[in-house]
Design a protein around this ligand. Structure first.
Ligand SMILES: [Zn+2]
Length: 280
C-alpha cells in the first residue's frame, strides 16, 4: 500500500546552518525556532522517507511574516518539488495580509506548481482566521484550481507549545462558514474540531473539511485515530506527521496499532491525500 505523508516541513541548508541570523529576520521563524533545532532539508526528508518506506511527502510552507523570507522558502519548496517530482508535492506559504506583494507571491507559486497554501500560522502572522476580507484573495486563487488550504489549528485547552496559537474550533467554524466551497485541511486534528461534527449543523457545512494527524502523539492518546474514524469516517482523515518535529515512524506506529480495517488505513495513508493533492 503506497504511503503519503500529508504534513512535513523542509527548509534550506542555509537556514539550518544560520538559525540565529533568521531569528531576527522573520518573527514566525523566531517563535517556532528560537528553542528548536528541528530543521530538515529536502535531502534529509528523502532519507527518512526511504528508511520508512514513505512514497510521497506533502512539503508545507509556514506562516511567515517577512515577504522576502516567504519568497525564499517558497522557492526552495517549489524547486525541491521539481527536483524530486515522484517524492514531493509542494504547498507554499502565504502571508494573508491582503497586500499586493503577498497576493502576487501566492499567484506566482500556483503558476509555478504549488498544490495549495499553508500551513497558516494565523496568530504568529497577526491575522484572525475569521477575517474573511483578508483571506478572500488567496481563497479565490485556490478555488480557481480546486486546491486546498492547510490551517494550523489548536485546542482552547491543554498544554501550551511554541506557535500553538488560537485557531480554535470556534474560529474554525467561522472560517469554514466564510468559505464553504474551499477544501480545508485542519492540522493537528483541527484542535478537536472533528468531534463537533457529531452536531448535524456542523457536519453538513463541513463537507469540504479534512483533518490531519500532525504531531498527534504530542497532543492525544493514540485512541484518537479510531475515535476520529467513528466520528467523521476515514474519508476525511489524512496521515500527516509534522516531520521533522516528530518522526514519521511514531505516527505510523500508532496508526497501525489502532486502525484495524484495511480500507480505513488505505484512505488515511494514501487515498484521501491522492484525491486532494494528486488529481489537479
Ligand atoms: Zn502546525
Amino acid at each position: 500500500m503506497p504511503v503519503i505523508d500529508s504534513h512535513t516541513h523542509i527548509l534550506p541548508k542555509d537556514v539550518k546552518d544560520n538559525i540565529h541570523k533568521y531569528l531576527d529576520i522573520d518573527s514566525t521563524f523566531n517563535t517556532l525556532f528560537s528553542n528548536s533545532e528541528s530543521i530538515s532539508t529536502a535531502e534529509e526528508l528523502i532519507d527518512s522517507m526511504d528508511r520508512l518506506k514513505i512514497d510521497t511527502s506533502i512539503i508545507l510552507g509556514m506562516g511567515w511574516n517577512d515577504n522576502k523570507f516567504n519568497e525564499y522558502i517558497n522557492d526552495y519548496i517549489i524547486e525541491s518539488g521539481k527536483k524530486y517530482p515522484e517524492r514531493f508535492i509542494p504547498i507554499t506559504g502565504i502571508i494573508p495580509n491582503g497586500d499586493n506583494e503577498a497576493i502576487y507571491e501566492a499567484e506566482r507559486c500556483v503558476t509555478l506548481g504549488a498544490k495549495g497554501f499553508g500551513e497558516i500560522h494565523a496568530d504568529a502572522q497577526n491575522i484572525n482566521i475569521i477575517d474573511k476580507k483578508k483571506f478572500s484573495p488567496y481563497v479565490e486563487i485556490l478555488q480557481s484550481k480546486n486546491l486546498p488550504i492547510i490551517l494550523h489549528s489548536s485546542e482552547p485547552v491543554g498544554h501550551k507549545y511554541p506557535g500553538k496559537g488560537s485557531s480554535t474550533p470556534n474560529k474554525i467554524e467561522r472560517f469554514v462558514y466564510n468559505f464553504p466551497e474551499l477544501k480545508i485541511i485542519l492540522s493537528h486534528w483541527g484542535g478537536g474540531m472533528f468531534l463537533y461534527e457529531l452536531m448535524p449543523e456542523i457536519s453538513s457545512s463541513f463537507k469540504n473539511v479534512y483533518y490531519d494527524s500532525a504531531t498527534s502523539p504530542f497532543l492525544y492518546d493514540q485512541k484518537i485515530f479510531q475515535i476520529a474514524i467513528e466520528t467523521v469516517t476515514s474519508d476525511k482523515i489524512l496521515f500527516g506527521s509534522d516531520f521533522p518535529i516528530i518522526s514519521q515512524s511514531r505516527l505510523l506506529q500508532e496508526l497501525h496499532n489502532v486502525i484495524i480495517n484495511d480500507k480505513d488505513k488505505q484512505n488515511i495513508i494514501y487515498q484521501n491525500a491522492k484525491s486532494l493533492f494528486l488529481t489537479n
